[in-house]
Design a protein around this ligand. Sequence first.
Ligand code: IPE
Ligand code: IPE
Ligand code: MG
Length: 256
Amino acid sequence: MLSKRSKTAQTAAAQPDVAGPRHVAIIMDGNGRWAQKKGKIRTFGHKAGVESVRSVVRFARESGVESLTLFAFSSENWKRPEEEVSVLMELFNFVLNNEVKRLHKNDVRLKVIGDTSAFDEKLRTKIQKAEALTEQNSALVLNIAANYGGRWDITHAAKLMAQDVLDGKQQLDAIDESHFGQYICTAGLPELDLLIRTGGERRISNFLLWQCAYAELYFTDTLWPDFDEKVFQTAVDDFKARQRRFGLTGEQVSVP
Ligand code: IPE
Ligand code: IPE
Ligand code: MG
């Protein structure tokens, strides 16, 4: 028998007029375990995960998502074994070398969010070039979170804002949430609607802390290299079946 939840999900899936998420973020977790299950080394999973990235970008574009934010490397991931970190950096380089053209062709705007000052000069130049090349594209904004941490994002924003106060560009009394939000990495993009985490863990791992305020959370046991358009669609259908109340009552929200 179908549960109440899955019945609602089916109804929403059948209704094309239910609004889908405008901004989706994904914690792409489970690469290491995926590889280990196959008797391979962890980095094999990171390499396999690139194909899932391609497929989610395609899906997001085709389904009208405006912004897609992918967690590729956290500020804590530097603590992993040196060999793994270096393969992840090489992979980031490889993706920038080989995917940017295709992204540009598909009208995707690429942005790297996070503390890029930790990357070497060559990588930073590559990032800047890719961002400049795709700046005018408008089919989808693709944010790659690299050396990103939610606490870093908030601290960085606070520092930028404090500097503006010191420079007399920002009045202390005028600061409110929307002012502060302009200094956060995802400023100017739609509010985060849906956060997906693959790999079975039910935690945020210092991802988009500010942006998660009213995001819908979706956790799946699917390991990242197995994530595809079908799992993405299931997450979107689940999102569409939810009632987002933003502090109001259910009755207030359902009034036409
Ligand atoms: C996510 O997969 C990728 C990164 C953190 C870079 P993991 O490498 O964390 O995979 P598991 O969680 O160990 O399986
Ligand atoms: C989160 O995954 C970071 C990325 C997916 C890039 P982790 O595997 O690093 O998270 P924890 O350590 O399990 O919380
Ligand atoms: Mg992990």
